[in-house]
Write a protein that binds this ligand. Structure first.
Ligand SMILES: Cc1cc2nc3c(=O)[nH]c(=O)nc-3n(C[C@H](O)[C@H](O)[C@H](O)COP(=O)(O)OP(=O)(O)OC[C@H]3O[C@@H](n4cnc5c(N)ncnc54)[C@H](O)[C@@H]3O)c2cc1C
Length: 381
């Protein structure tokens, strides 16, 4: 039997970032991953974008506080959220709210939007422009957390699916793959499987919502200067009312297209459905002058939300020594370091770093027993 302070369940960005921060603070930490490689599930399937105006204000604060760690892995990729005339008042109001935390955000009219992305449909009337949004090199970022964790003495055990969690005399006995581990604390960073891992520990599930999202890489038609294409923003399509219906951004091998789908799913190895790929291409043709029928590759991943679409980083209220680090939804990469700092402080029983407090975050925002976790899933975007 191996002993340690903290076992982390899950080797995606949530688990590895918290593992690195905890180990750097001096804890002995073992990270367990069910798959043979880390980042196989949602972390390896994202749109790899850093967005300061995405999600609610708690998420946006976590994002801003993660930026310093992400800086070496970022490259410019502005955000343009566009709509037709019927959506313009709403987009202007969104800009008014956005500038309180992100002052560089601005409203752009249709002509300016077309200068930024010349392929917009002629009746696009304008939108929200976030000039400082970025591409993220997610693989390199994840690798950096792995390198840092190992350098701090952390242990990673892959092909180690946690199948039993038993608490006695203030310690956990963790059975995973061929391993048995004795630990003071178990941190649940199991993504879509978060409720299943909690059930093993005897904790009440949070009712997490794994929602499938699809991505296709389409070929960019001939005739576009690659230097111009490389500068196109991430462009999201806002219908006259309701949540966004898709987005696109240039990728080294083509154009990334998503219908921004949110299809409820069991935790699983998510696969793209043809109908969602077709919807992505259809919506692209509704908001741009692009008419794409062929795609080079497709994938899907599960964005796992809590009911209030805010992550949880806090101890279970009932089960001693059980920590939740789940519900990172569509923003788990660009909130990773702030959530990891919160986890390290809570688990290590130290004060939160002052920059997290100063920006207005509090433990109540991320607690595992907040009332808003137990209502219906709120609308997303
Ligand atoms: C299409 C798409 C686009 C996205 N775009 C963005 C974006 O642009 N920017 C952004 O910030 N975020 C984005 N996201 C969201 C982001 O990818 C997620 O929030 C983040 O990856 C979640 O990380 P995680 O570690 O919680 O989950 P995961 O990466 O899924 O990791 C959880 C791990 O737990 C393991 N596990 C489960 N059960 C067990 C067990 N019993 N024992 C051991 N291990 C177990 C799993 O195998 C898995 O590897 C996107 C997601 C998708 C799908």
């Amino acid at each position: 039997m191996t002993n340690c302070d903290v076992v982390i369940v899950g080797g995606g960005i949530g688990g590895i970032s918290a593992a690195a921060r905890l180990a750097a603070d001096g804890g002995s930490v073992i990270l367990l991953e069910a798959e043979s490689t880390l980042a196989y599930h949602t972390t390896g399937r994202s749109a790899a974008q850093y967005l300061e105006n995405y999600g609610n204000d708690t998420v946006r604060r976590l994002t801003l506080m993660t930026r310093p760690f992400l800086e070496p892995f970022l490259g410019p990729r502005p955000l343009l959220q566009i709509g037709r005339e019927a959506r313009i008042d709403d987009l202007r109001a969104r800009v008014e709210h956005a500038i309180e935390l992100v002052p560089s955000t601005e409203f752009v009219d249709g002509e300016t939007a077309r200068q930024l992305f010349p392929l917009l449909a002629p009746d696009i009337a304008g939108g929200l422009y976030e000039p400082d949004s970025q591409d993220i090199d997610v693989a390199a970022l994840h690798q950096e957390y792995v390198r840092w964790f190992r350098a701090e003495g952390g242990t990673i055990l892959a092909s180690a699916s946690v199948r039993s969690l038993t608490r006695s005399e203030g310690r956990w006995r963790v059975e995973a793959g061929e391993h048995t581990i004795d630990a003071a604390i178990v941190a649940n960073a199991a993504g879509a499987w978060g409720d299943q891992v909690a059930t093993l520990a005897g904790a009440e599930p949070l009712g997490l919502y794994p929602l499938r999202r699809t991505i296709a890489i389409a070929s960019i038609p001939d005739g576009h200067d690659p230097n111009d294409v490389a500068r196109w923003p991430l462009t999201s399509f806002e219908p006259d009312e309701g949540p966004m219906v898709g987005y696109c951004k240039p990728e080294p091998g083509g154009l990334m297209v998503s219908p921004a789908d949110e299809t409820p799913s069991e935790p699983c190895d998510a696969k793209p459905e043809e109908i969602d790929v077709a919807l992505g291409l259809h919506n692209l043709s509704e908001y741009t002058t692009l008419d794409v029928h062929h795609v080079r590759s497709t994938w899907a991943g599960l964005r796992t939300f809590t009911a209030d679409r805010t992550p949880v980083s806090g101890f279970d209220p009932e089960i001693d020594g059980f920590y939740w680090l789940v519900g990172q939804g569509g923003y788990g990469i660009h909130t990773s370091d702030a959530l990891a700092q919160v986890a390290a402080a809570n688990i290590g029983q130290t004060d939160w770093p002052s920059h997290l407090v100063d920006i207005g975050l509090s433990s109540a925002d991320l607690a595992a027993d907040r009332a808003s976790l137990f209502g219906p899933l709120i609308d997303g975007h």
